[in-house]
Design a protein around this ligand. Structure first.
Ligand SMILES: [Zn+2]
Ligand SMILES: [Zn+2]
Length: 194
């Protein structure tokens, strides 16, 4: 994958090396500087399963499988993974849940998995928008609302604005729901994956 910059968005969520579906997970454990993220959407509420507390997810190719939290505080750890949100499994590898395959979460640290407050459709929509902005030369270059090229200030997700007025307008028009997701996409855009 070509690594993006502050002014170029090159991230490709279809890249099976960086964002594998269930059928493209590397067989070997990751090297120290190697990573992949399995992006999955939570489909069900958590329920007791062998080994812990888990729910069903689907990956980007539509495969469904369980994710089971085997952490000591599983009941608390699963709480934020509500149906319709994403659980992103970092360097996840399949476990045998006979007769099914799935994923164990044994460590709740965000280095191993984290939540994004959107579903797969919204993730893809935001990624397409960032790509279009990049193609138009507007990525990180001008105000997200009025397209002014002056006096740029950044949101925590690096979306840029000419001032507080445009920033407030955008926040109220949906950026409050998108901010955390865009932040993840921007980090991924500038990640050296291998
Ligand atoms: Zn503006
Ligand atoms: Zn933001």
């Amino acid at each position: 994958m070509i690594i993006g910059t502050k002014t170029r968005y090159t991230l490709d969520l279809e890249d099976v090396m960086c964002f594998p579906d269930n059928n493209h997970i590397p067989a070997a454990p990751p090297a120290p500087d190697e990573r992949w993220v399995i992006v999955t959407e939570v489909l069900s509420n958590p329920a007791p399963r062998p080994g812990g507390l888990g729910f069903v997810v689907k990956d980007k190719s539509g495969d469904r499988f369980p994710v089971v939290f085997a952490t000591p505080t599983a009941a608390r750890d699963v709480r934020r993974y509500k149906p319709g949100r994403l659980i992103c499994l970092v360097n996840g590898s399949l476990a045998d849940f006979r007769p099914q395959l799935g994923y164990f979460v044994r460590n709740k640290a965000s280095a191993y998995m984290f939540m994004l407050p959107c579903n797969l459709a919204m993730l893809n929509r935001l990624a397409a928008r960032l790509r279009a902005q990049s193609d138009a030369g507007e990525f990180g270059q001008c105000c997200n609302v009025c397209k002014a090229h002056t006096a740029l200030r950044s949101c925590g997700c690096r979306t840029r604005y000419c001032g507080t007025e445009c920033q407030r307008t955008d926040w109220n028009n949906g950026h409050s729901r998108e901010c955390k997701v865009i932040k993840a996409l921007i980090v991924w855009n500038r990640t050296e994956w291998w």
